[in-house]
Each structure stands twice: as structure tokens, then as C-alpha cells.
Design a protein around this ligand. Structure first.
Ligand SMILES: CNc1ncnc2c1ncn2[C@@H]1O[C@H](COP(=O)(O)OP(=O)(O)OP(=O)(O)O)[C@@H](O)[C@H]1O
Length: 158
């Protein structure tokens, strides 16, 4: 039986910069990524995204835009991760290190893809040009993408 885990992923943008966090523990440890995590019972996906951004980066935004829907399957694992990607340019608070993440601003042409999930280098260009996108990635372990598809969309299927 396949089951789906719903996760959020939030990127804060400011002119030519993007805020990433270095994951200090847990899933994706040792990699730069946006802020996010599991959606909890009783909250919408967007509420989960707002909460995780606040918990992990110390930044509060009520103005998220949904820009991506990504599904990840790992060979031999029954759970598909369904990641809802959001961006925002309006927020309050200064990015602050948490137990889980160390935030840092990067110029958009200096994103450290070799220290990120390998799928990121595929869909970041779509995000950075302002497109909406949808994709599926099949991983072997946490380093190899065996196959994927990725497309720009006008709207999401959910
Ligand atoms: C496989 N390719 C991937 N590429 C890019 N990003 C990925 C990803 N797979 C997961 N992600 C993101 O990684 C975070 C994990 O979050 P994760 O630590 O599991 O969640 P949460 O903070 O709720 O967990 P704990 O409370 O510590 O258990 C979460 O933002 C999720 O969207």
C-alpha cells in the first residue's frame, strides 16, 4: 500500500536573493533547503507552511504563494512525499537560527546546488523565473534520481 505524507516547503525572496536554511538534523540533514515540514492534523497546508517558516527561520509571513507541487518516491519505501512549495516576498522578523535550520541569504545565481537535494537544481530555474510547476521524482537512496518528470502548469491538480 502506498501512502502519502504531505509536506510544505517555503522560500523567502528578496530582490536578487533567496533565503535558504542549512538542515542541522533529521530528513535532509547536511543540505540547504527551504523551510518546511509535515502538515499537522487540523491545519491547512498553507497554515503548516506558515508555522514551519516561523519555527525554523523565525520569520512570519501571511502572504504565501503556492508555486509548486512535487512528489518524491524512494525505491523500496512505501511512503510518497508530497511537497507543496510556496514563496513569499513579504514577511516580518529577522531570519534566526533554530535547532533545525541555520538560515542564510544567497544570491539567486549562487545557489549551492551541490549541497542540496538533487531535484532542486531541476526545478529551481522554474521557481526563479516565476513559473508554477509540478513534478514527480523517483529516488534511489537520497542521491540518485532514477527518473522524473517536471512541467510548468497554469494551475495545480490539488
Ligand atoms: C526528496 N527531495 C526533496 N527535495 C527538496 N525538499 C525536500 C525533499 N524531500 C523533502 N523535502 C523537504 O524537506 C523538509 C523535510 O521536513 P521534515 O524535517 O521531515 O519535517 P518536520 O520538520 O515536520 O520533521 P520533524 O518534526 O523534525 O520530524 C520539508 O520541508 C520537505 O518539504
Amino acid at each position: 500500500m502506498v501512502n502519502r505524507k504531505i509536506l510544505s516547503l517555503v522560500f523567502v525572496r528578496e530582490s536578487t536573493k533567496i533565503l535558504l536554511g542549512f538542515k542541522k538534523r533529521g530528513f535532509g540533514q547536511g543540505r540547504w533547503n527551504g523551510f518546511g515540514g509535515k502538515v499537522e492534523q487540523g491545519e491547512t497546508i498553507e497554515e503548516g507552511a506558515i508555522r514551519e517558516l516561523q519555527e525554523e527561520a523565525g520569520v512570519l509571513s501571511h502572504d504565501l504563494s503556492k508555486i509548486g507541487l512535487l512528489e518524491f518516491e524512494f525505491v523500496g519505501e512505501p511512503t510518497i512525499l508530497q511537497v507543496h512549495v510556496f514563496t513569499t516576498t513579504s514577511y516580518i522578523g529577522l531570519p534566526t537560527e533554530s535547532d533545525e535550520m541555520k538560515p542564510q541569504w544567497f544570491e539567486v545565481d549562487r545557489v549551492p546546488f551541490d549541497e542540496m537535494w538533487p531535484d532542486d537544481s531541476l526545478w529551481f530555474p522554474l521557481m526563479l523565473k516565476g513559473a508554477k510547476f509540478q513534478g514527480y521524482f523517483l529516488f534511489h537512496g537520497h542521491h540518485n534520481i532514477l527518473k522524473y518528470n517536471l512541467e510548468e502548469v497554469e494551475r495545480f491538480k490539488y
